[in-house]
Design a protein around this ligand. Sequence first.
Ligand SMILES: *Cc1c(COP(=O)(O)O)cnc(C)c1O
Length: 377
Amino acid sequence: MKDAAFKTGRAWIEVDMGNLRHNAETLKKAMQPGCELMAVVKAQAYGHGAVQTASCLNEVGVRAFAVATADEGIALREGGVCGEILILGYTDVGRAAELKEYDLMQTLISLAYAEALNHQGIAVKAHIKIDTGMHRLGIASGELSAVRKLFFMENISICGMFTHLSCADSRHPDDIAFTRGQIDSFYTMTDALRDSGIILPKLHIQSSYGLLNYPDLACDYVRAGIALYGVLSSPDDDTVLQPDLRPVFSLKSRVALIREVAAGGSVGYGRSFTAGRDTRIAVLPIGYGDGFPRNLSDGKGSVLINQYVVPVVGRICMDQLTVDITGAEGVSVGDIATLAGAEGYDALSVSAVADTSGSISNELLCRMGARLPVIAR
Ligand SMILES: *Cc1c(COP(=O)(O)O)cnc(C)c1O
């Protein structure tokens, strides 16, 4: 443990860099030969710390990264991250000079956007986004002449072209058929472009579930986010490939106070918990202000302390929560509690905690990046 926050911290995110490196290697092996891993490190690398995560991946040879915003890209460069950085989302064209200065690649989300960016008169690198059915960003796959125009813009150099699958996580036959349709319309577009004399740039389609469910696609990159962090979005997800991915993230806090509440006493806001018997309560200094979901209140959530899985009681507050440790022997002030990512406890895996809170791992992870320090292990 490098960081002083581990010894004195009230709550923190622990990231296992060994598992991160392992996952990067494992995903590379699962990819088709010649395909490169593009590590998606948006939203503080899904709460794992963007610069720290990308720097660690740089050390194991990862040379391509994706972020959501220009500011995230700039933060990586300022943190010394090498390689390509693709901005997947919208950037105001007034920031073209920054794209150039920090050597960031911008996604072209429409023809009008590309024209406006070109009009800035600043040389920028870009990837073209093709809409094949997600209907979010991108030029429709049927609009060949619009896409062709992008290759002749004076100030834009096209380095890649990609699409995004909207239901690659599903094994339902209808969703598989839809996904195959998305893939086909992407390649129909790229074939037509090539036939019209365009030299194709790097092509990419898959994110994590795209790789895990459609591993035969031979692209130039896989844009992997959640799989790189070693978790599935939801605990029951079934995938074609099931590589040995290991969770990187765990959420920890420390017992601040232990108190006895006599039978009949209540705990916390709204008195939603009333002790049916004499009850031992531990107070953990972590709350929804740290991103821990408030809807895990009142027994929905649990935490691991000293090998005991104990329930959250009462309402989760902004900065604290309370757990019932009655019968959990030997718990004392200062003990470490694991709230998510507890190894060996399936109910406390990131995906299970996310699922219990009515969400997916992706959201749970990235909402915790704001106030908690990230400690590398
Ligand atoms: C976030 C994102 C990804 C990564 O998705 P995961 O499911 O986490 O692997 C890939 N591509 C695009 C366009 C994204 O927005």
